[in-house]
Design a protein around this ligand. Structure first.
Ligand SMILES: Cc1cc2nc3c(=O)[nH]c(=O)nc-3n(C[C@H](O)[C@H](O)[C@H](O)COP(=O)(O)OP(=O)(O)OC[C@H]3O[C@@H](n4cnc5c(N)ncnc54)[C@H](O)[C@@H]3O)c2cc1C
Length: 491
């Protein structure tokens, strides 16, 4: 049998396609400039057993495999490696397998989206805490586990998506299936904790950018959703980055989420605020100028909420120019952000600030919040120094937002915006890589790497030789034929 026939016999004719029209729709990720490559065949499995058979088939025909969740990756991670690629679209694997209310854990197939999973959990009074990435209306749980995603709500309190994973089933590159976390022991019947049984082998697969295996089942912590929430929005005009850092540091010294119930803390720097107001995307902000922060806090008791809101407001007022609001119509967007799940929509408007033809070439990174002002100043300087080159390729650069995580770290969301204009693609790639280098050499860490970020890290030799040699050995153990996402990290 030929490769196509074998794959079709595994997943069924309906879910296997080599048609140009189908393949081309999987040819690129969400970026303006990386080469578009159609896969040879797209398969849409329904079960772990089918994924195992697909991997065995790939070994037999020596074909590369690319696992894909919602396809919302921004750095070339979901783009096929070459025209021989078997693209494994995981979105049919969307069954919730168990909601274990005794142990506060949900187990689900990896292809379900964050929004669908949470819609089911909401009905039972639960949520995943960290609500996934800002793309969570489409992005899948498996994608979130393959990146250290966060930012789609709740990560000031609950950390990154991967922080909440307690169980993982993975199909390795030789077709073996392993279960990681507490269920690595045959005697643990239900997943409940990530660490134990020796070394943290689950960590090899978390944030692996789809290189170490195909995640088929994920178990996540779930949390009862608090009854009360509140939030405020503030404008800052002076020493903006420094004031935001100092405000966060003071809130951290007063207990952050553990004491003050902080669920989210977002900062939008002045250029992004200007874009949003110019396009009238948040009407109630009018034509304000400056940086904007908002926070959301949640509680199970209204008196606790009131006390925490008071403490937070006192701190915020110390470092800001004025409050926006209190109502959404007057500029306080937190009711929309939290109450109406705006966290899954906010990035769409940030990305579209430049207009519908522009796509993000993001250089999103993590850094300690103490370093945040320094990093954003460096990004601003980089933009000034490269103004002519940016103009030549019809691109813009900047920091669109900063999102706090649950301890000392923040995400800095930024990078370039550019069009798909063929003439400018190489110029955009060069600038994109240059900005990555600036950030990585300034002490930042990538939380998704995809193709382009992983190449910058390896090509610029940011890993020590010993670390990279060790990393390659681990890859060889997990994927002995180097068929799963080959090329990333120069594997
Ligand atoms: C509008 C928008 C907003 C975004 N906001 C955020 C944000 O707030 N925070 C953030 O972190 N990111 C954000 N992103 C980036 C991206 O959406 C996230 O990183 C997301 O988690 C990717 O999930 P996905 O299911 O779309 O994965 P995909 O893009 O399909 O895949 C991402 C990577 O994971 C691998 N992969 C996917 N599924 C599996 C699997 N089952 N097994 C093994 N490997 C797999 C792929 O090979 C690829 O390397 C945003 C993107 C967009 C377009």
């Amino acid at each position: 049998m030929e490769l196509y026939d074998e794959l079709a016999s595994i997943v069924g004719n309906m879910y296997c396609s080599a048609k140009d029209g189908d393949c081309v729709s999987y040819a690129r990720g969400l970026d303006p400039c990386l080469a578009e490559i159609s896969p040879k065949i797209v398969v849409r499995p329904r079960s772990t057993e089918e994924v195992v058979e697909i991997v065995k088939c790939a070994i037999k025909y020596n074909s590369p495999i690319l696992p894909r969740g919602g396809g919302c990756g921004l750095m070339g991670g979901v783009k096929p490696i070459n025209n021989e690629t078997i693209l494994v679209d995981m979105t049919r694997m969307d069954k919730i397998l168990n909601i274990d209310e005794d142990n506060h854990v949900v187990t689900t197939q990896a292809g379900i989206s964050w929004s669908r999973l949470n819609a089911v959990l909401f009905d039972k009074g639960y949520y995943t805490g960290n609500m996934g990435p800002g793309s969570g209306l489409n992005a899948a749980i498996g994608g979130g586990m393959s990146h250290h995603s966060g930012g789609g709500g709740g990560c000031a309190k609950y950390g990154k998506c991967t922080d909440n994973c307690v169980g993982l089933e993975v199909v390795l590159g030789n077709g073996d299936v392993i279960t990681l976390g507490s269920q690595a022991s045959k005697h643990v019947l239900k997943p409940f904790v990530r660490l134990g049984h020796g070394s943290d082998l689950m960590g090899i697969f978390l944030g692996d950018n789809g290189t170490m295996g195909i995640k088929t089942t994920v178990s996540l912590k779930i949390f009862p959703k608090p009854t009360y929430f509140g939030g405020k929005t503030f404008l800052i005009k002076d020493r903006i980055y420094e004031n935001v850092r100092d405000m966060i540091q003071e809130m951290m010294m007063k207990g952050w989420s553990k004491e003050l119930g902080i669920y989210d803390f977002f900062f939008t720097p002045p250029p992004s605020v200007a874009g949003v107001t110019m396009d009238n995307l948040i009407k109630s902000w009018g034509d304000i100028k400056g940086g904007v922060i908002f926070y959301v806090t949640e509680a199970f008791d209204d008196r606790v909420l009131e006390a925490n809101m008071e403490t937070l407001e006192k701190i915020a007022k110390k470092y800001s120019t004025r409050e926006l609001g209190p109502s959404p119509q007057q500029g306080n967007i937190t009711d929309w952000f939290y109450g109406e799940q705006g966290h899954w929509q906010v990035y769409h408007s940030l990305f579209s600030v430049m207009g519908p033809d522009y796509f993000p070439a993001t250089t999103e990174v993590m850094c300690p919040v103490s370093l945040m002002p320094d990093i954003i100043h460096k990004m601003d300087n980089w933009e000034r120094e490269h103004a002519d080159e940016l103009l030549e390729v019809d691109a813009e650069s900047g920091v669109s937002h900063v999102v706090m995580l649950n301890h000392n770290t923040c995400y800095i969301g930024g990078g370039l915006s550019a069009t798909h204009d063929e003439e400018f693609k190489q110029g955009v790639i060069d600038l994109w890589k240059d900005q990555f280098r600036l950030l990585l050499e300034s002490g930042c860490v990538l939380y998704m790497c995809g193709q382009i970020g992983s190449h910058v890290i390896v090509d610029s030799r940011y890993f020590s030789d010993e670390y990279y040699a060790f990393y390659k050995k681990i890859k060889k153990v997990c994927d002995p034929y180097n068929l799963i996402s080959p090329g990333k990290f120069r594997f």
